[in-house]
Design a protein around this ligand. Structure first.
Ligand code: SF4
Length: 478
């Protein structure tokens, strides 16, 4: 009996071993297949580069080296013409030259190689990368700094808008100058290169403001800094006990995926918790090289998010946005925000109506996985922060019933509990039954109109004439 049992166990172990081997080999085959696909894609973009009649001595190793890509960035109209094997008509060229003078041009050979030469003027990659003379049209609602990032800046490079978090601009370099960039005014401008002194001053500001628990490193592109410099900034932030999380904003996985090297990823993972937000706008940008970069970051335990901008002629289509968001989650990237295009100068031709964004949201919610649906936001002109907008799902409401509609148009009711007794909040969390065990901060803004702990009954705009009349004694009752 005992022998039988031993045999059973060894048979079981063998079967398990065989299964493990099988899994191992099928995994290995999958990995090999993946490698071949990646190589093919790199070769495709590389071959498309070679086919454009350029230097055939460039090796695949150079092509996939981000330093080579940066050194060989396309920065002039002529370089673009020779890269694409095209010549712009004289008049168009003159207009393009004027545009580049105001808003400089920089495209990585990798990103340029994704442009479909056959249908260039309609190509979403081309439109995001190559100047358009329409950028020179300044409409009356355009502003240099629509989000008032400079006005909300207590020290150069820091924007302190929300109570517990800051935006820290640590680089003005980008792998590519996106034509729709909201910080066009700064990107690539030598006057805006943050000095080490400036970075130290920014770090000091964060160190001295213990209410800051979340720091967003951006630029430009935060990942355009050398590894050791970024390592230093992250080490400084890690040494501040009140900084709970650091976020990095970068478009390198989209326009320069080779920047996501093993060395960079190994450095980043030493500074957890790090979150990374990238910026894919079109499903065609999720190439095997881009997917490889995302996979390296996700494997290092870095939660990935994506911020897209709604751009006319690029992604203002429910089908494109659905495909983009589905591809993102397939690659372990959570769609985070879909932005209404800002009112920055030079973006008029990219702007859509807000209604287009709501239409897109209507086609996402319920029609695809909930975690593939970003929040559609308007970054408030004047610096009010992000304001979510969405289709209306609440149709009506009574004392104990809400009438809602779903994505199919089904109208339903939610019966609210008759005996719900909310805990009255006096902000003494240490004594509260809900056991937060730390005291909360006083509410602000609209939040305080709802709070039990605050007696405010209305928020009144400064200079309200009715209140001015009261103050001046023009009313009977004071
Ligand atoms: S990478 Fe970001 S900051 Fe840089 S140009 Fe593009 S959108 Fe602007």
């Amino acid at each position: 009996m005992a022998l039988l049992l031993v045999n059973d166990v060894s048979l079981f172990c063998e079967a398990r071993l065989a299964r493990t081997y099988k899994n191992y080999y099928s995994r290995k085959r999958l990995e090999e297949k993946k490698l071949i696909v990646e190589k093919t894609e790199r070769l495709t973009s590389y071959k498309s580069y070679l086919s454009k009649g350029l230097d055939a001595s460039i090796s695949l190793i150079e092509w996939t080296d981000f330093n080579w890509q940066m050194k060989n960035s396309i920065r002039t109209i002529e370089a673009f013409e020779s890269f694409m094997g095209i010549t712009f008509p004289k008049k168009e060229r003159r207009e393009l030259e004027k545009t580049v003078k105001k808003f400089p041009l920089c495209i990585t050979p990798y990103y340029a190689s994704l442009i479909d030469t056959e249908n260039m003027y309609n190509d979403p990659i081309y439109k995001q990368a190559f100047p358009n003379p329409a950028e020179l049209i300044i409409s009356k609602q355009d502003m240099k700094d629509p989000l008032h990032e400079d006005k909300d800046s207590p020290t150069e490079g820091i924007t302190h808008r929300y109570p517990d978090r800051v935006l820290f601009l640590i680089s003005n370099r980008c792998a590519m100058y996106c034509r729709h960039c909201t910080r066009k005014r700064k990107v690539g401008d030598p006057d805006h290169i943050p000095s080490k002194q400036q970075i130290i001053a920014g770090l000091d500001y964060i160190r001295n403001h213990t209410e800051i628990r979340d720091v967003l490193l951006s630029g430009g592109d935060a990942l355009m800094l050398p590894d050791d410099y970024l390592d230093w900034i992250l080490t400084e932030l890690n040494s501040m006990p009140h900084v709970e999380v650091v976020r990095i904003g970068t478009r390198t996985p989209v326009v320069l995926p080779y920047r996501i090297t093993d060395k960079l990823v190994a450095m980043l993972r030493r500074h957890h918790p790090i979150w990374l937000n990238t910026h894919f706008n079109h499903p065609r940008e999720l190439t095997p090289s881009a997917r490889d970069a995302l996979s390296k970051l996700a494997d290092a335990g870095i939660p990935l998010g994506n911020q897209s901008v709604l751009l006319s002629g690029v992604n203002d289509c429910p089908q494109i946005m659905k495909k983009l968001n589905q591809k993102l989650v397939q690659n372990r990237v959570r769609p985070y925000y879909l932005f209404q295009c800002d009112l920055s100068e030079g973006l008029t031709h990219f702007r859509t109506s807000i209604g287009k964004g709501i239409e897109i949201m209507e086609s996402l919610r319920g029609h695809t996985s909930g975690f593939a649906v970003p929040t559609f936001v308007i970054d408030a002109p004047g610096g009010g922060g992000k304001i979510p907008v969405m289709p209306n799902y609440v149709l009506s409401w009574s004392t104990n019933k809400m009438v809602l509609r779903n994505y199919e148009g089904v109208i339903t009711t939610y019966q609210e509990p008759d005996d719900y007794k909310p805990a009255k909040c006096n902000l003494k969390c240490l004594k509260c039954n809900l056991q937060l065990e730390e005291d909360d901060k006083a509410p602000i803004g609209v939040e305080k109109l709802l709070a039990d702990s605050d007696k405010t009954i209305s928020l009144v705009p400064k200079g309200n004439l009715r209140l001015v009349r009261r103050k001046n004694g023009n009313c009977k009752e004071q």
